[in-house]
Design a binder for this molecule. Structure first.
Ligand code: PMP
Length: 344
């Protein structure tokens, strides 16, 4: 049971210090011990709370941000929500330039959190003046004292995890961690955490999880950008079609790729076996572990930490919807639906 009954001044004090939870059933047949850093326990339900708070507070320390100033970013996802939450408490205006591909629900959620949302056409190139990158950049340039978070190309993204996620995991495992498995998008989470852990013990093995359709794994192996690797995939937040400077590829030992289908099934299995309703990339990270175990990566002495980036509530109409899974051709719906019909 939780012993900490502390009272907090505001919601931002709840960012970080997320629990490490042992994963028991889904790993039953695997060698070693498995622990999950469950980032859904952040108040904004994802690891992005850490970078939003850290980057904004760094800008305050440098005197760039003062109450009433503006924070700009290009995201409809977790980072947007976290920036909006931090902005509310700290009294900043939050402007998010999002793609017209973003769902109505996501845009409503950001507006509910006080953000001003500019919806920009999805099907224009990144250098088109109407793209969400250019719109955000323009707002930033034209707004005095504004801060552009720019998470893919901001060193502070990685630093937020170096300062918080890394030390937390080291402490929570009493320095006994042998492997870190984490998804890579901007790369901030994995590289910042890895940099800290490797400083404590260079033998901690760092394994990044990438998507089929993303360039990260190939870039890590060859240091060359291969556009042939790029094709559409469904997992959001994992992998990339460009090379983010927020990733330090040198602290990552290797990457493993996972499919949309297996990651979705593994996320659903995590809910049913561990009672953890988590996001699509948590399923991907867990799927990475299952594949690594099959490849003989772990032994009895392994103490593996996996980072689960966000909560499942944002994916109810996707991986947790049987209709969606069926539309993707992801499962044998005949079985599941017939079972449900018998129950009726
Ligand atoms: N999972 C989800 C759901 C995300 O939104 C992100 C961020 N793009 C990641 C994983 C990857 O984290 P990072 O950007 O720190 O590599």
């Amino acid at each position: 049971m939780k012993e900490d009954l502390k009272v907090y001044d505001n919601v931002l004090q709840l960012i970080g210090n997320t629990p490490l939870v042992q994963i028991n059933k889904i790993t039953e047949e695997l060698k070693g011990e498995y622990y999950a850093k469950v980032e859904a326990f952040n108040p904004g339900h994802s690891a992005k709370d850490r970078i939003a708070l850290y980057i904004i507070e760094e800008a305050e320390r440098k005197g760039i941000l003062k109450p009433g100033n503006t924070i700009v970013e290009t995201t409809s996802g977790n980072t947007g929500f976290s920036i909006a939450m931090v902005s509310i408490i700290k009294g900043y205006e939050c402007i998010l330039a999002v793609s017209s591909k973003a769902s109505r629900d996501k845009i409503d959620m950001l507006r509910t959190m006080g953000a001003k949302v500019y919806v920009c056409p999805a099907h224009v190139s990144a250098d088109d003046s109407r793209s969400y990158y250019q719109v955000a950049r323009r707002i930033h340039e034209e707004t005095k004292g504004s801060v552009y978070i720019n998470q893919y190309f901001n060193e502070l993204n990685m630093e937020a995890h170096y300062q918080t996620t890394g030390p937390e995991i080291w402490k929570q495992t009493d320095g006994e961690i042998t492997h870190l498995v984490a998804c890579s998008g901007t790369g901030g989470t994995i590289s910042g955490t890895a940099r800290y852990l490797k400083e404590q013990n260079p033998n901690v093995k760092i394994i990044g999880v990438d998507a089929y359709g993303s360039v990260l794994k190939k870039f890590h192996e060859t240091r060359e950008f291969d556009s042939e690797e790029i094709y559409p995939y469904r997992i959001e937040g994992l992998g990339k079609n460009l090379i983010p400077t927020a990733t330090d590829f040198d602290v990552i030992d290797k990457f493993i790729k996972v499919t949309d289908e297996e990651s979705a099934h593994t996320a659903r299995k995590l809910a049913k076996t561990e009672g953890l309703l988590l996001g699509y990339t948590s399923g991907a990270a867990m799927q990475g572990i299952l594949q690594l175990a099959e490849d003989g990566e772990f032994d009895e002495k392994s103490k593996v930490v996996v980072i689960f980036p966000d909560h499942g509530s944002r994916y109810m109409s996707k991986i947790y919807s049987d209709d969606w899974m069926n539309e993707q051709g992801f499962f044998d719906t005949q079985n599941e639906i017939s079972v449900q019909k018998i129950e009726f």
